[in-house]
Design a protein around this ligand. Structure first.
Ligand SMILES: Nc1ncnc2c1ncn2[C@@H]1O[C@H](COP(=O)(O)OP(=O)(O)OP(=O)(O)O)[C@@H](O)[C@H]1O
Length: 256
């Protein structure tokens, strides 16, 4: 479980997140939406330890991780799929996977957890691209590789920052299918999503960030039954005035 309580964080120029509360249960998807600059990436980076929390709690499975170095947060079970994928252009798919599957991240001896063969079974398109460099992959393949890399860290909590950004509708739908499958397998998922309708499609709960504050956080079923009010909240949410301020295996089998 991911538990965030009264979390405040920001940069040298000022606080961006103001007393953010979130509670994401295993096997569920919490979407976070909001306009550009609302603080979505800052939230994800703060949970991952990349931005230091100035106050508040971040718990992973009951363990307080705020203030830990990013690699310690990862060891606590947090996987990050960053905005823009961040794959290495000169490394091959195989090299990415080998690097991500480093010993401290190994799957448990009982066979639980993510291994390279299991990843390649789930994402056969990556298997077909093992010798291709990052720069030779399509956007969708890069996104799959970014997700695969995070999974090899054996996360209990997966943070995805706009994973469908820049993908065609078809590829974006496949990525959402994969995220749904991962949640159905028990992962706790925090999904930053620009498009409200996509968030509603996939998430169990949806939260809206406005000026770094949670101004809406309800089950998606409620949002679906009254989409107009949620759309109004998201469209009202404006950017800050200044910078400081489920079982579907073998996805991706036939993607060109
Ligand atoms: N490294 C940084 N140093 C200083 N300010 C930053 C830094 N990163 C982000 N900010 C500022 O923090 C605020 C929130 O930015 P953030 O990237 O978290 O928003 P976002 O909701 O993810 O936006 P987008 O949808 O455009 O990705 C913005 O005002 C931004 O300019």
């Amino acid at each position: 479980m991911l538990y965030v309580e009264r979390l405040c964080a920001g940069y040298a120029g000022g606080i961006v997140l103001h007393e953010v509360d979130l509670r994401v249960h295993p096997g569920s998807i919490q979407a976070v939406v909001g306009r550009n600059g609302a603080g979505k990436s800052t939230l994800v980076h703060t949970i991952a330890g990349l931005v230091r929390a100035s106050s508040g709690r971040i718990e992973i499975g009951g363990v307080h991780v705020a203030g830990r170095q990013p690699h310690r947060v990862a060891q606590s079970g947090v996987g990050l799929v960053p905005q823009g994928r961040r794959v290495f252009s000169r490394l091959t798919v195989a090299e990415h996977l080998v690097l991500a599957a480093s010993p401290w991240r190994a799957a448990t001896p009982g066979g639980e957890g993510w291994t390279v063969p299991r990843i390649l079974e789930l994402l056969p398109r990556l298997a077909a691209r093992l010798r291709h460099r990052g720069c030779e992959l399509s956007g969708g393949e890069q996104q799959m590789l970014a997700i695969a890399r995070a999974l090899l860290g054996q996360p209990r909590v997966l943070l995805l920052d706009e994973p469908c950004e820049g993908l065609s509708p078809d590829l974006a739908a496949r990525v959402r299918d994969l995220i749904g499958h991962l949640a159905a397998s028990g992962l706790t998922v925090l999904l930053v999503e620009q498009q409200l309708r996509h968030a509603i499609e996939i998430a169990d709960r949806v939260a809206v960030l406005e000026y770094g504050r949670v101004v809406y956080d309800r089950p998606t079923a409620e949002a679906r039954s009254d989409p107009g009010s949620l759309e109004a909240i998201v469209s009202i949410a404006a950017p800050p005035p200044s910078p400081a301020n489920r079982s579907t295996p073998r996805l991706w089998a036939d993607t060109p």
